[in-house]
Write a protein that binds this ligand. Structure first.
Ligand SMILES: Nc1nc2c(ncn2[C@@H]2O[C@H](COP(=O)(O)OP(=O)(O)OP(=O)(O)O)[C@@H](O)[C@H]2O)c(=O)[nH]1
Ligand SMILES: [Mg+2]
Ligand SMILES: [Zn+2]
Length: 414
């Protein structure tokens, strides 16, 4: 993560030069009778100079990010709750909701327009200027007064913001001026481009159902690779335990537990395992991901009663390919932390990885890799391959080796 610094900069130096009737400096130097005037003008001007300085937020390493700096006195900091086409819903630090467009410059800086701004992003927005500014001087005063009461850290940077607030039903409008550098991302390749599904989360809860739809072990392994790539702590959540016999799952649970991945067996229907899931989410930033119909939204409704997320109705259950959740949505948890519910994924291709890097995504391969006969062994067809040998001796699970082959060849075995 790059460091942030606040700096004082001089803004619009050229445009805001105080108007001068004449060249007063020359008049002063010439010792003319206008000395008094010249003096007082200079005094006024010095004050003007001061007000032209602003605190801006920018990255410490100028080369680290190409995001534009923003003027903290004119912008508000917030987090993106969801993205609807061209509009992003941002909650500012003071708890207001803004419907925002994205500054065009940011789009030209991004490698993929779909990921310029994504759910979970920390952004700086410029509230929209109300058209009837002139008539609302009274509102301005009132709002300014209120503002002083609810001071809120960085968001309180300016009291002259109040006049630009423009209510639109229950929310305001604004423009996203800057996206803070991300950490902890859920990313995938989509049509040969990087798609950042969610940003700034700590952990990925991989939701699988034991049946309806059936468990997909290869998909779990793919998710584990994506978690490692995005620096997310993975958690495996096996849902619909009410529909299957958990005894048969012991080898699978054992395998992932051995790899250091917490495994939670749950049922959104009966409430089994929901307390443990809630503890896993407390005070963390989490994303839920998995196929459509595994019960992501149902689990979140169980974790926080009253949430009311839409879940697939019984009549829709057999309609394959229908997603009930259609966009990633950030939800605040009333016991601390937040979670992003996402639409089901059909395919999960890793972004920006070469086949020879794939072995790095299977931690249990590591001790064996140096023992292969060829230093550049791909563990696919080579003789004297220590990985294949370890699979034969059951030191590496065959299932995991097959997942590796799928990752290596870029095929999704589902
Ligand atoms: N038997 C059983 N059914 C469940 C359980 N959890 C969810 N379901 C059912 O599974 C179906 C899908 O649940 P959703 O919560 O909509 O699944 P989702 O993962 O959010 O799906 P998308 O939003 O399409 O990605 C619904 O009909 C739920 O009632 C469970 O623990 N047991
Ligand atoms: Mg859902
Ligand atoms: Zn090998």
């Amino acid at each position: 993560m790059s460091k942030k610094k606040k700096v004082r900069v001089e803004l619009r130096k050229n445009r805001e030069k105080p108007p001068r009737e004449n060249d007063l400096t020359r008049a002063y130097q010439e010792g003319a009778e206008r000395t008094e005037d010249a003096h007082s003008s200079e005094r006024v001007r010095a004050k003007g100079d001061l007000s032209r300085y602003r605190t801006v937020v920018q990255d410490e390493a100028a080369d680290g990010s190409n995001m534009p700096a923003v003027d903290a006195s004119e912008c508000l900091r917030g987090r993106v709750l969801r993205v609807h086409g061209l509009a992003s819903i941002v909650e500012t630090d003071d708890g207001r909701l803004f419907r925002c467009a994205i500054r065009r410059l940011l789009k030209s800086l991004a490698t993929d327009e779909r990921s310029v701004v994504t759910t979970g992003d920390v952004v700086w927005i410029r509230p929209a200027v109300s058209e009837d500014r002139g008539q609302r001087a009274e509102d301005r005063e009132e709002a300014g007064g209120r503002k002083a009461d609810d001071s809120h850290g960085e968001g309180s940077a300016s009291s002259d913001l109040s006049f630009v607030l423009c209510p639109l039903s229950s929310s305001y409008e604004g423009m996203i001026e800057r996206v803070e550098p991300r950490h902890g991302v859920l990313t995938r390749a989509s049509r040969r481009r990087e798609q950042v599904l969610v940003a700034n989360v700590d952990q990925l809860v991989i939701v699988m159902s034991l049946v309806e739809p059936d468990l997909k072990p290869h998909l779990i392994d793919r998710y584990l690779a994506v978690a490692q790539q995005g620096e997310l702590k993975p958690v495996l959540c096996l849902n619909k335990s009410d529909l299957a016999d958990p005894v048969e799952l012991q080898p699978l649970i054992g395998l992932y537990a051995q790899l250091g991945v917490p495994v939670l067996l749950c049922s959104a229907r009966t409430g089994f395992g929901i307390d443990r899931l809630r503890e896993q989410l407390r005070n963390r930033a989490t994303v839920f991901s998995g196929q459509s119909g595994v019960g992501k939204s149902s689990l979140l409704n169980a974790v926080q009663p009253g949430l009311g997320l839409a879940v697939k109705s019984v009549s829709e259950v057999n309609q394959k390919g229908r997603h009930t959740t259609t966009y990633a949505q950030l939800i605040k948890l009333n016991f601390g932390g937040w979670v992003v519910d996402t639409p089901g994924v059909r395919q999960l291709q890793l972004w920006d990885t070469r086949p020879e890097e794939m072995e790095g995504y299977l931690p249990e391969f590591r001790p064996f890799v140096p023992l292969c006969n060829f230093p550049d062994c791909t563990h696919t067809h080579e003789k004297g391959c220590a990985i294949k040998d370890a699979v034969a001796r059951r030191l590496i699970a065959e299932r995991r080796y097959h997942s590796y082959l799928g990752l290596f060849h870029g095929t999704s075995e589902e």
